[in-house]
Design a protein around this ligand. Structure first.
Ligand SMILES: NC(=O)C1=CN([C@@H]2O[C@H](COP(=O)(O)OP(=O)(O)OC[C@H]3O[C@@H](n4cnc5c(N)ncnc54)[C@H](O)[C@@H]3O)[C@@H](O)[C@H]2O)[C@H](O)CC1
Ligand SMILES: [K+]
Length: 514
């Protein structure tokens, strides 16, 4: 499913109305009736509903909701945060209908009148926030601001119409103040801010209501952000032929590990195999080889020259040979940091003509080599968590976390890489501007080794099909494996090894028998 900003949704509405010819009042009817159905499925037959309506079409949706809920027998009151005369267009049509039906509509024009009305708030069972939607501009001001504060203080259940009023539809942050909703019915397509933190807190359960915006309008609008789901992931999984063999499923070289950091290397190697790669070779400091030989069965190990327990530049000729024999190279998990490792990474960036996945310490050794990324002709995937992204870019953590999509989008475009910015709602950004927002995973995955498993999954996918579109699918499968593992156990006690076992179950859920 595509993801839009408020502004993009307004453009889609406008094209649908002006070019396709579906009247706005029809879209509003679809929106309001759909939202009323969702509300009706969540409240009791004798519940009283208070619709708080702003001056624009978000308020208009509220009037339609009032009409349908009342039609189904619910007690409804609309609190209008302005006077009747201030309402126009499609919203006014629906407001007049409420008056013609003698529905209970109260107008409040100032804080005193609002406070007087609010003294009776206790008789309502649900508040419908139809104050502000995609027309919000700047910090919330005036009566809208005061009523949003009162809604949040009221502790009453709240449903938000389209967007929790006050929430920025791009960055998902409150513009001064925002409604804290229990659930939100958004129209047409999900707005980006509803899917990011802290926007997710204000949104509560998100329901996307189809209001009949034609697919063709959406496709032609050039919307380039996507929300991952099972269906989209299935389409992006690497294809596997039934006559396949180890060679066709691809060979992965993992350069990872250092003394004391053998687990990262093992997790990456196993995850690549568990994701369907045919053969995986793990290049590690040679003193670790006996340990890894015991630890790993299916993953082959290759002892490389070392210094102080980390790969050393003496190993470069062997690494150059190893890279020629594989389909994809993953470098970084547990590597450590040193000048030799920077030198090794520099050679890899300059000479490796295969897709490359750089993670963890591979990223921490990359800072001085960023310019080489632009020169690579083959795909490069970087998988930083926010801290590694801060070190890579020199940005503060807060600058990254309050504009995750923007930061990822700009970096991918500038360096011509696929950037996987991990965190809640991991973002995959492509050099052409495409953005994929992940929707799987849980807090239990904030555990050592989780990222190593992701690196293995991504390199395992690229080994099977050198198509970067499998990267968001890998991120999705990683989170799905974590969700399945957490469901079977408990997210608190989740450890990275559980993800390896969860992978098979994740594929089972996703794989449709071809
Ligand atoms: N356009 C359509 O056909 C459909 C729209 N839908 C719903 O309509 C809203 C968008 O409506 P719009 O009238 O453009 O804007 P809003 O109702 O969101 O708000 C505009 C209203 O609010 C005032 N305002 C703006 N910024 C602030 C602020 N910072 N503080 C206080 N007040 C502010 C402004 O003066 C206007 O009066 C969309 O979200 C949908 O809910 C239908 O759903 C589908 C068809
Ligand atoms: K709203």
């Amino acid at each position: 499913m595509r993801i839009v900003t408020g502004e993009e949704m307004r453009k889609l509405d406008r094209i649908t109305i002006e070019k396709v010819g579906i009247p706005g009042v029809v879209l509003m009817e679809q929106a309001g009736c759909g939202a009323a159905q969702e509300i009706s499925s969540r409240i009791g037959a004798s519940d009283s509903v208070l619709i708080i309506a702003g001056k624009g079409n978000n308020g208009g949706d509220g009037f339609v909701i009032h009409r349908w809920l009342s039609h189904w027998g619910y007690n409804c009151t609309t609190l209008l945060l302005t006077s009747r005369e201030q309402i126009s267009g499609d919203a006014r049509i629906n407001l007049e209908i409420l008056y013609h039906l003698n529905e209970d509509v109260r107008e409040v024009k100032n804080e005193a009148e609002l406070q007087e009305f609010w003294n009776g708030i206790g008789k309502y069972d649900l508040i419908v926030d139809a104050i502000l939607g995609t027309g919000l501009k700047g910090e919330v001001r005036g009566l809208s601001r005061r009523v949003i504060e009162m809604i949040n203080e009221s502790e009453l259940p709240v449903m938000a119409v389209d967007i929790p009023s006050g929430l920025d539809s791009v960055r998902g942050v409150p513009l001064g103040v925002a409604v804290e909703a229990d659930f939100t019915v958004t129209f047409g397509l999900p707005k980006l801010g509803l899917l990011l933190y802290p926007g997710k807190y204000y949104t509560g359960d998100l329901v996307v209501q189809d209001i009949g915006i034609p697919d063709r309008v959406v496709k032609e609008a050039g919307i380039y952000r996507f929300l991952m789901d099972d269906e989209l992931c299935r389409k992006m999984l690497p294809l596997r032929s039934e006559e396949g063999h180890k060679g066709t499923f691809g060979r992965v070289l993992v350069l990872a590990g250092s003394v004391g950091m053998t687990g990262a290397a093992a997790l990456t190697g196993e995850a690549a195999l568990r994701s369907g790669a045919g053969l995986v070779t793990l290049g590690i400091p040679k003193s670790l080889n006996p340990i890894m030989e015991v630890k790993l069965t299916e993953v082959m190990t290759y002892p490389l020259p070392e210094e102080n327990g980390r790969l050393s530049r003496e190993g470069i000729p062997e690494i150059q040979e190893l890279m020629k024999k594989v389909d994809v190279v993953a470098v970084g998990p547990g590597l450590g940091q040193s000048e030799d490792l920077v030198k090794i990474l520099e050679v890899i960036l300059k000479e490796c003509d295969k897709p490359l996945v750089i993670d963890a310490d591979g990223l921490n050794n990359l800072k001085s080599l960023l310019h080489l990324l632009k020169e690579r002709q083959k795909m490069t995937v970087l998988t930083p968590h926010p801290g590694e992204m801060a070190r890579l870019t020199g940005l503060k953590l807060s600058e990254i976390q309050t504009d995750r999509v923007g930061v990822a989008e700009r970096f991918a475009r500038e360096y011509g890489v696929v950037l996987v910015l991990k965190g809640v709602s991991t973002i995959t950004a492509f050099p052409d501007g495409q953005i994929y927002l992940n929707s799987t995973g849980n807090e239990g995955m904030g555990t050592g080794g989780s990222g190593d498993v992701l690196t293995g999954i991504l390199s395992g996918f690229l080994a099977q099909q050198k198509d970067e579109i499998s990267i968001p699918a890998g991120v999705y499968v990683h989170g799905l494996a974590g969700d399945i593992a957490a469901d079977r156990g408990n997210s608190r006690s989740l450890i990275a090894g559980d993800l390896l076992r969860g992978l098979a179950l994740a594929f089972q859920k996703l794989e449709v028998k071809r």
